[in-house]
Design a protein around this ligand. Structure first.
Ligand SMILES: NC(=O)c1ccc[n+]([C@@H]2O[C@H](COP(=O)([O-])OP(=O)(O)OC[C@H]3O[C@@H](n4cnc5c(N)ncnc54)[C@H](OP(=O)(O)O)[C@@H]3O)[C@@H](O)[C@H]2O)c1
Length: 337
């Protein structure tokens, strides 16, 4: 049994972490914290848990959290995580950080997030928490940089083909749609019901901070310089991401060859499912699960790949719990199926 703490437990990913960790028979949740004005039982703050979670959600006290656990999940905004991760590491705790603070090389982070990073050693040490890429390194990791939600959907969809695509140098255009929980629980006018309901909008076209994360990880995994164009959209739903990826090139492999490349990479993966050519997955196929489903089709020199995930599970808390299972030597699927 390992003892875990969730810092940022009142946010969307924190709440979801409590859900998946509570289902894991090898895990005891021993500490829940956030900014909180009034400490009270978590099951009272979030009545859907009721008496299942009687632990209070407390105002964050680093020493108290560290003394209560073996592993800390930081479900905090970027810039906040980098203040706490080194402190927990210095107290001998393992850390899974859900923010963007440890996902990128320092110079790329500082350029895209517009501030100086205060923990260069942490950036060097962190392992990018995509099990399908880094499973063996995750087993010994002390600090895991859990991937972003859009990057998870796009990197998984392109990783088996990335070397081939980068060598041919085609245009890669990524069009992703996300539900409103992707932006977190805090109040913001663009995320108010009246703005999101019955509406769709494109934002940060080719300027979203997840684009360099996709390019960096696809470059690392393929050993080639990988570039793409990325445009996200906000659509009127609570959760889920659907990414449609267009790869244009005159000499693309045949569909059967592409299918073999996907199966070779993912056939034994517990949470990635690839459809036969021409079968395109939908969001409802993965809603409420830790799966990423991928489908594709090729026509007129264009490869179209569609990938779907639940942003709060495979795109955040489910993947974080999967990483913890790997770090602890548990069955990777535990608490997630
Ligand atoms: N939402 C997604 O789909 C998603 C997917 C992948 C990754 N992520 C990343 O995961 C992280 C959390 O996202 P989220 O959507 O859960 O955000 P959120 O709903 O806004 O929750 C943020 C949490 O952090 C707490 N917090 C903020 N500043 C704090 C501080 N100084 N000390 C202690 N607690 C503090 C908040 O506490 P209070 O409630 O008390 O203010 C809240 O519990 C972010 O970095 C985000 O980019 C999110």
């Amino acid at each position: 049994m390992i003892k875990v703490a969730v810092v940022g437990a009142t946010g969307y990913t924190g709440e979801e972490l409590v859900e998946v960790l509570n289902k894991n028979p090898e895990v005891e949740i021993t500490s829940l914290s956030a900014i909180v004005d009034r400490e009270r039982p978590f099951g009272e703050m979030f009545p859907r848990f009721g008496k299942k979670i009687s632990l209070p959600c407390e105002k964050l006290d680093v020493d108290k959290v560290a003394s209560a656990c073996d592993i800390v999940f930081l479900a905090l905004p970027h810039t906040v995580s980098m203040k706490f991760a080194p402190v927990f590491l210095s107290k001998g705790k393992k850390v899974v950080d859900l923010s963007a603070d440890y996902r990128l090389p320092q110079d790329v982070y500082e350029k895209w997030y517009g501030l100086e990073h205060s923990d260069a050693a942490g950036i060097k040490e962190a392992v990018y928490g995509l099990p399908e890429l880094n499973r063996s390194r995750l087993r010994d990791a002390r600090l895991v940089a859990n991937p972003g939600c859009y990057p998870t959907s796009v990197i998984l969809a392109l990783m088996p083909l990335a070397r081939d695509i980068a060598e041919k140098g085609p245009d890669v255009v990524v069009d992703s749609k996300s539900g409103a929980t992707g932006a977190g629980r805090k109040a913001a006018i663009p995320l108010a019901f009246g703005e999101v309901d019955s509406n769709m909008k494109c934002y940060k076209a080719n300027a979203h901070q997840h684009m360099p994360e996709m390019e960096h990880i696809l470059s690392v995994s393929s050993g080639k310089d990988f570039r793409l164009n990325f445009t996200p959209h906000l659509v009127p739903m609570r959760r889920g991401i659907l990414s449609t990826i267009y790869v244009k090139h005159a000499s693309l492999p045949r569909e059967e060859e592409i299918y073999s490349m996907y199966l070779e990479k993912y056939d034994s993966e517990p949470f990635v499912r690839v459809r036969p050519p021409g079968e395109i997955p939908e969001l409802k196929d993965v809603a409420g699960t830790n799966f990423c489903d991928i489908g594709f089709t090729v026509a007129s020199g264009m490869l179209v790949v569609v990938s779907v995930i639940d942003n709060l599970l495979k795109g955040a808390s489910g993947q974080a719990a999967q990483n913890m299972n790997i770090m602890c030597g548990f069955d990777e699927r535990q608490g997630l199926l």
